[in-house]
Design a protein around this ligand. Sequence first.
Ligand code: SAM
Ligand code: SF4
Length: 461
Amino acid sequence: MSAIRKVYIKSYGCQMNVYDSRRMADTLAREGFAETQLPEDADLVILNTCHIREKAAEKVYSELGRMRVLKTKAAADGRRLMIAVAGCVAQAEGEEIVRRAPMVDVVVGSQSYHRLPDLITRAAHGPVVETEFPIEDKFDHLADPAPSVIRARGVTAFVTVQEGCDKFCTFCVVPYTRGAEVSRPAAKIIAEVARLTDAGVREITLIGQNVNAYHGQGPDGRTWTLGTLLSRVSEIPGVERLRYTTSHPRDVDDSLIAAHRDIAALMPQLHLPVQSGSDRILAAMNRRHTGADYLRVIERLRSVRPDMAFTSDFIVGFPGESEQDFCDTLRIVDDVRYAAAFSFKYSARPGTPAADRIDQVAEPDKIERLARLQERIESHRQSFNAQCRGKILPVLFERHGRLPGQLVGRSPYLQPVQTMAPRSLIGEIVDVEITAVGSNSLFGSLDPGLNRTTRPAVQRA
Ligand code: SAM
Ligand code: SF4
């Protein structure tokens, strides 16, 4: 094999992209590529892009400007630096990327990145654009990470169980960039989780664009729901904590409610985007539920897990949104009392139905509503965090903190918790008394008499 080449991968956007970037790194490792954190050292730079909002694509083009400088410098030093654009911008823009940024060597869509080794070879003779949705399943062609690589990535891991979306919300590009909903067979997911936990992973998050629409083939030949899958995954030795994201309120079925009631490892926190509290806007968004439907789902989940914490996504300034519609959104924030939430100004995405509407909301109104919404969300977040003061929470320690002797972990509700603790506790779930609440983290202290709820941590890399 030739000398080790280096790949630098920059991920934009959601957890799905973080997962895809890791699978790209694993697949390129098989071809002799080692990962580097320094683009200037790389032989191959991959920008794994996100297309969800307008600025995301523009960020990619400005990053490509910086990469062009590196490429020119590498050439002056007698090296060839290859540049690849992957992910949803690649899928959506295809050839246009090479036209706007001619130094790009490879453009590869989200469904075909398993072909990267071949594409890189072909790009020796000129730019290659691959944005087909291939018939083969990319997961069958991706390399698995070595146990040492899994350990170096930490004690939490994402596993993609479902890709694509059939919901066609009128603001969203995902059904066009990621394609139709496809669920991976349960046996393959189970094998992937077992590989991760064997190497020391303690928390698994099952991910998908619309994860609770999961309908994969079970080993028993039947179609499994997400609830059934969660139940089976929770039985895999080493799975101490289980989460899933991102869910659609319409797809919360009885089996998922039962999963929250019955599975101890399933954490009492759920990201359940509502987008708006106005029924008029929800209908225009094609969300296919009302505010009341959404609140009923929240109530059902809280009835089986009273400590359930919710997070959400919101869009302000969707076309036609009036002040009254916006006030309905503020009301739903107060009703649910979210532990945290993301909020965005509506961004018109070419090719989506809402982009063509003539009743676009003026930018100053969007800015003003976003500020009001964020203030309301923030006040609920602070109340939620303040309630944790004085409580004892089980914390999964993930990594070193900024201070010597400090570890950072997560509470069941996904809050970062900073504690003075020995490094041997990384990978363990330990009871921590919450002593203070900061702006972004909780602070806690270990009581030597308090419980450790997992087996000793495996040897860390
Ligand atoms: N599948 C998830 C759902 O059903 O809510 C969301 C997926 S999307 C990757 C993440 C978030 O981006 C959305 O929940 C929405 O709030 C936001 N988003 C998507 N398209 C947007 C747009 N055109 N303008 C502003 N925000 C948008
Ligand atoms: Fe986009 Fe989510 Fe709607 Fe699917 S359900 S179209 S991913 S916002």
